[in-house]
Ligand binder design. Structure first.
Ligand code: PFF
Length: 449
């Protein structure tokens, strides 16, 4: 279960949640995201864990085995394959952002944050992202760290470390929230995060001042529910395969979801008051966290220490997530192709490294319009398509497979819930509510409903 928390809590909570919440206007977006966690994320996570624990193999082979033993269509095996591809694509931009955190460990340590104002923080981040060599250097280091852990099978070592570091990250976030209360515009931050104003979030206006409804925030909120819980690509299934028989899947899932959500909300509570107090733009994009928090570290007592420590913890949180991104692929390669674990890890890491170069260049050499598709850079596209399309599709398939294709007995025995009513509620949500929600949100996004 701790491994799953390590996978779930990562850049998604501290980097992505605040930046997309800022971009999509706050409260109403947060509410939709929380509803998606409860009605889609939690039921799908229970399904993914139970499939993994029943299959006891890599996701690809778990799906193969289950389709065979349950006599279902082999099409469901695509879940395993799709997951491997998605994990790859995610790692290839995740490691660039983890690289920013890495670079900021050193910026913090040498005192670059001291006395920083909004412009200074923007310049510090701008200088980093404008330098392809620096981005590629940190990206390479992070992929290397990920591969080393996976190759040597010392995951449990890192996970033991994470059990100490995760609470520390929590404490540090609490300190930051305290600082934001004292020095930031806390009331405005609170209103931004929790005032639900659907008209503001679901309205877009073009340059000519024409305004209309947009379904995009709902799609992004759902996508983020999958991303932040590491769902829909087999990462949690792979971890489920190591889960002991006597552990309760339902309560583990609830605990993971609560811990993950708390971290995200705390990051939001720390960041938005600072954003407003320093005249920053909530919708500034992927750099939001990296321009707002350094201002706080630069001004608070002991900020040089806290700043360095914070980014160290962020790198560790990203690290424990990234190993889960490659786990499905590596587990499968070692099972089927008779490759050694190190070889498999280096192959997967090497491929993600190559793909990741494009993500690093998206902020400098390839940032121009001639390199964009639909106004998005390669980095943006990978971020958008994996979270908002590929993970929900994987989640939909997992929900349908577990809820419909395998019948009732398998999940019933695997979950072993004491209350038949609770099991019934979960089964109903998984069969009807989660799939209908995902499909409706998809259809809404493409303008059909
Ligand atoms: N859940 C991770 C985060 O919030 O940073 C990201 C992630 C890890 C997504 C593993 C998907 C995954 F399989």
């Amino acid at each position: 279960m701790l491994a799953a928390v390590g996978s779930a809590v990562g850049l998604g909570n501290i980097w992505k949640f605040p930046y997309i919440t800022g971009e999509y206007g706050g409260g109403a977006f947060v509410l939709v995201y929380l509803i998606c966690i409860a009605l889609i994320g939690i039921p799908v996570m229970m399904a993914e864990i139970l499939l993994g624990r029943r299959g006891r193999r890599s996701p690809i082979n778990t799906m193969r085995e289950l389709t065979r033993s349950e006599g279902t269509s082999p099409v469901w095996r695509l879940v395993g394959w799709g997951g491997v591809l998605t994990g790859f694509l995610i790692l290839s931009f995740y490691s660039v952002v983890a690289g920013w955190a890495f670079a900021y460990v050193f910026e913090g340590a040498i005192g670059s944050f001291n006395g920083l104002d909004g412009d200074g923080a923007g310049a510090l981040f701008g200088d980093l992202t404008a330098a392809p060599d620096r981005l590629i250097f940190w990206h390479t280091l992070f992929i290397g760290m990920t591969v080393l852990v996976v190759a040597n099978g010392v995951r449990s070592g890192l996970e033991r470390l994470i059990t100490w570091l995760m609470p520390l990250l929590f404490v540090l976030l609490a300190i930051l929230v305290g600082y934001a209360m004292a020095a930031g515009d806390f009331a405005r931050g609170l209103h931004f995060l929790f005032d639900v104003d659907f008209s503001r979030v679901f309205t877009v206006c073009d340059e000519a001042g024409q305004c209309g409804y947009t379904a995009e925030p709902v799609l992004v909120a759902m996508g983020h529910a999958f991303f932040t819980l590491s769902l829909g690509m087999g990462a949690i299934m792979a971890y489920g395969s190591y889960m002991p028989r006597d552990a309760s899947i339902a309560s583990s899932t609830i605990m993971i979801a609560i811990a993950d959500t708390l971290v995200a909300l705390m990051a939001g509570l720390a960041i938005f008051p600072l954003v407003f107090a320093n005249g920053l733009e909530p919708g500034a994009g992927p750099g939001l966290v990296f321009v707002s928090l350094p201002i706080a570290f630069g001004a608070m007592p002991g900020g040089q220490f806290f700043g360095t420590l914070f980014f160290i913890l962020l790198v560790f949180a990203a690290w424990s997530s990234s190993i889960s991104l490659v786990e499905p692929a590596v587990a499968w390669l070692t099972e089927n192709e008779h490759l050694s674990r190190p070889k498999a890890a280096w192959i997967i890491g090497g491929l993600a490294w190559v793909l990741g170069i494009g993500s690093a260049l998206s902020f400098n050499l390839w940032s121009g319009e001639e390199y964009q598709i639909f106004g998005k850079t390669l980095f943006d596209i990978k971020d958008y398509v994996t979270a908002n399309i590929m993970l929900p599709l994987g989640g939909l398939a997992i929900a349908l497979f577990t809820g419909w294709a395998v019948g009732r007995r398998l999940p019933e025995s695997e979950l072993g819930m004491r209350s038949a009513r609770l099991f019934g509620a979960w089964h109903f949500t998984l069969r009807y509510i989660a799939p209908a929600g995902i499909v409706l949100i998809f259809l809404n996004a493409i303008g059909v409903v």
